[in-house]
Structure formats: structure tokens, C-alpha cells
Design a protein around this ligand. Structure first.
Ligand SMILES: [Zn+2]
Length: 120
């Protein structure tokens, strides 16, 4: 943080530097930083439904870049918005039930571009 502060002093007054949050990846102020947006655009997110034991449906979400996106936080939001159970394992989000009709708008609401979401 000290290093970043020193670098940006040339562009902002000391007072401003103190209240601007700086992105650790690109060094830009958070309001200009697009690191997370880029991370979300770089991948394809695939959604499909499988049938488990006893005929139960599961919605599977694959292709979330877990190195860049907080998948546990995303899972928490999905579970709460869809009012269902779910887990994250083997690089996949599993949600109980068939949520294909609502998942796209929820993912778009979380910042994923519509163009990268593929729903089977
Ligand atoms: Zn950044």
C-alpha cells in the first residue's frame, strides 16, 4: 500500500490519495479498475441440468474462474436468490432444482456479461 501511495502521489494530492482505494492488481483507483470485469468476460459460463438419484434435478454451473471470482460469495447469493440449497465442488456450482429460467438474469445481475452465459 505504501508503494502504491507513493506512485499515485504524482496524480493526486496527498489528501485524495488517503481516501482513494487502489486496486492491488492494476494500481488504478477502484472506480477506474476493470480487473474483475475482465475476469468475468474472459470465461464461458455453462449452465445445464442433470437428474440425480430419486429423480431430483440439479442445476450445474461450470466455468467460473475461481482464481478471480469469489465463488463462495456467488454461491451464497445464488442460493438466497433462488431459495434453494447448493454446494461448490469439483470446480462446479451445484444448485438443487432446475433454475434455468432464472439463472441468466441473476448471473447478469452479478456482473457476468450475457454473451458468455450458455444455458443448455
Ligand atoms: Zn484493477
Amino acid at each position: 500500500m505504501r508503494e502504491l501511495e507513493r506512485e499515485t502521489v504524482g496524480f493526486y494530492s496527498r489528501k485524495e490519495v488517503l481516501r482513494i482505494a487502489i486496486c492491488a492488481k492494476c494500481g488504478l483507483p477502484k472506480e477506474l479498475c476493470v480487473c474483475e470485469t475482465i475476469a468475468k468476460e474472459a470465461q464461458k459460463v455453462r449452465v445445464y441440468v442433470i437428474q440425480r438419484r430419486f429423480g431430483k434435478y440439479m442445476t450445474i454451473i461450470k466455468g467460473i474462474d475461481t482464481a478471480k471470482i469469489d465463488v463462495r460469495e456467488l454461491l451464497k447469493k445464488l442460493k438466497s436468490k433462488l431459495a434453494c440449497g447448493g454446494t461448490y465442488k469439483n470446480e462446479e456450482i451445484e444448485l438443487q432444482g432446475d433454475h434455468r429460467s432464472r439463472i441468466r438474469s441473476i448471473l447478469v445481475g452479478e456482473g457476468f456479461p450475457e454473451s458468455i452465459i450458455e444455458i443448455d
